[in-house]
Ligand binder design. Structure first.
Ligand code: GLC
Ligand code: CA
Length: 566
């Protein structure tokens, strides 16, 4: 390593990109074992290309015992058995690149699996060379070293009998946290990145990356400061976070023409800016979660969204300078489905609403993200308590059953809207019994609404959600005003309309989105110096009006006017 060699200067291709996220386990199964795999992805590359996305983000495909579906890695340089082989991977990435699609991999390096060879060594003895790859501490009498709680319920420490010490795990006990204070660990991470860059990977989505630096001494958390997660102030954006990211950028990210996006729960605007501005050399962008937490109390209990509050959050991130790239997303593998969540649970007129949500998000500045199934309006699934299989829901249920059974009905109703399982049901390719996902027994329950909601049906309907996604993404591509125009919000207090203008020179795109399923009055703002206007794109079959004028905005209408300014 040592000296910095720039193989490919950064082109910052991601500024104009829309990324399609694949959760491989649920995308497409090629061999009938009920589990999605790489050959399944290969078989769908033309479909992915047809959407008009420029990149794919693949949730983890590395070797893993799957305690947390691949977010617990036991070998960073090999492919999970169920997903295929390295030869399949090589074919998949070639197939993507041949179609002009970049590949972003998931980098899960806050923790490994407890079955990773580093951890198996580490737990053998206190003087094992790998001991210091993880965070081991003596208990306080019979209690863990501190009061931190795991993100998956229960204490963040596990006692290990062999050496009589505890190890830290901010997620499940099968996901021990790496000790980033150890320079060897940091070099291992850089080496892993470079291994995949050499294989042609175009970037990384960095899993819970804001957790990697812990406050020295690992002090106890304080409930008032930390709620709902005891201890979190002592590891979210810890003291050496920027230093570690800078180093990783130097050793890996900056050597190739890559794009990185950090999963940045708890990051503040100021810190985000300090981490992603082009001048800094850390990450290229971050996922922030305020807008997807805005309809929940303590991130668990759903309530109806307040549109003014939501717009304020989004507008705030739009105010990042042009040298910092925002991210635009409504769904991912940890989130419930976006419809009808972001239209305040109004269930009529679904198609218009789904199309409207796409326009509302992606006319803003930033790299766009679409999660598999979002493009056909896949929804949450109804599950019985015993049908939840994700570690988060099952841990919540099991723990409450033992400690506070009277809370079970509340937990059930929260999970019906909030659980991560909702995003992980198999991709609905067609209306057949196994929805075209598999020929075997699917690893997770198929949503019965696949009879109606599926790719095949929407392919054949020019007005489907799917075909609108294609049309819109095609429209969005390469537009300077969308990539770098300024963002000017209007009617910020309005509870029904999301209105903003994007301006570059004398050109502008003026977006109006109605979040209600009823007509809402709209007045053309006085400060627009319009020379001419015309409809650029709308989710209605026929534009409600061809030019920008004061009028009623139709139920769930989304319309973008192209303006020429005086
Ligand atoms: C991230 C992932 C989530 C996973 C967790 C632990 O939040 O998105 O799916 O469970 O990290 O790796
Ligand atoms: Ca399979």
């Amino acid at each position: 390593m040592g000296e910095k060699i720039i193989v490919n200067p950064k082109t910052r291709w991601y500024k104009d990109a829309v990324v399609y996220q694949i959760y491989p386990r649920s995308f497409c199964d090629s061999n009938g074992d009920g589990i999605g795999d790489l050959r399944g992805i290969i078989s769908k590359l033309d479909y992915i290309k047809s959407l008009g996305v420029n990149a794919v983000w693949l949730s983890p495909i590395y070797k893993s015992p799957n305690d947390d579906n691949g977010y617990d890695i036991s070998d960073y340089r090999d492919i999970m058995d169920e997903f295929g082989t390295m030869a399949d991977f090589d074919e998949m990435i070639k197939g993507m690149h041949d179609r002009g699609i970049k590949l972003i991999m998931d980098l899960v390096v806050n923790h490994t699996s407890d079955e990773h060879k580093w951890f198996l060594e580490s737990k053998k003895s206190k003087d094992n060379p790998y001991r210091d790859y993880y965070i081991w501490r003596e208990g306080k009498g019979k209690k863990p070293p501190n009061n931190w709680m795991s993100n998956f319920v229960g204490p963040a420490w596990e006692y290990d009998e062999t050496t009589g010490e505890y190890y830290l795990h901010l997620f499940s006990k099968k996901q021990p946290d790496l000790n980033w204070e150890n320079p060897k660990v940091r070099q291992e991470v850089a080496d892993i990145c470079n291994f995949w860059f050499e294989k042609g990977v175009d970037g990384f989505r960095c899993d819970v990356i804001t957790y990697i630096s812990k406050v020295p001494g690992l002090p106890d958390g304080n409930f008032l400061k930390d709620a709902p997660l005891m201890g979190q102030h002592n590891y979210v954006m810890g003291p050496r976070y920027h230093e570690y990211m800078h180093e990783l950028n130097e050793r890996a990210f900056s050597r190739y023409d890559t794009m990185t996006v950090g999963e940045a729960a708890g990051i503040t605007f100021k810190d985000a800016y300090k981490s992603i501005d082009e001048s800094v050399g850390e990450l290229d962008s971050v996922f922030t979660f305020e807008h997807v937490n805005a309809d929940m109390y303590i991130q668990v209990f759903p309530h109806k969204l307040s549109l003014p509050k939501w717009k304020k959050i989004l507008s705030n991130w739009q105010s990042l300078p042009l040298t910092s790239q925002p991210t635009l997303f409504l769904e991912n593998h940890d989130q419930p489905r976006s419809w009808p969540r972001f239209v305040m649970y109004e269930k009529n007129n679904k198609e218009l609403a789904c199309k409207m949500l796409l326009v509302a998000m992606q006319m803003m500045r930033g790299t766009g993200y679409i999660y598999q199934g979002q493009e056909i309006g896949m929804t949450n699934i109804e599950l019985k308590q015993e049908e939840y299989i994700d570690i988060m829901a099952t841990r919540i249920f099991d723990t409450l059953k033992k400690t506070a059974p009277f809370l079970m009905p509340i937990a059930r109703s929260a999970m019906a809207k909030r659980a991560r399982d909702h995003a992980r049901t198999p991709m609905q390719w067609d209306s057949s019994e196994l929805c075209g996902f598999t020929t075997g027994k699917p690893w997770m329950k198929i949503n019965p609404n696949h009879v109606d909601v599926n790719v095949e049906k929407q392919e054949n309907d020019v007005d489907s959600i799917l075909n609108f996604y294609r049309k819109f993404l095609h429209f969005r591509k390469g537009k300077d005003v969308i990539i770098s125009g300024s963002y000017v919000p209007y009617y910020e207090k309005n509870r029904s309309l999301f209105v903003y203008n994007r301006v570059l020179g004398n050109k502008a795109y003026f977006t109006i989105c109605n979040f209600k399923n009823k007509p809402i009055s709209f007045k053309v703002p006085k400060d627009l110096n319009i020379k001419s206007s015309k409809v650029a794109i709308t989710n209605y079959k026929e534009p409600v009006s061809d030019v920008l004028m004061s009028r009623k905005i139709a139920p769930f209408e989304a319309v973008v006017y192209e303006l020429e300014l005086k």
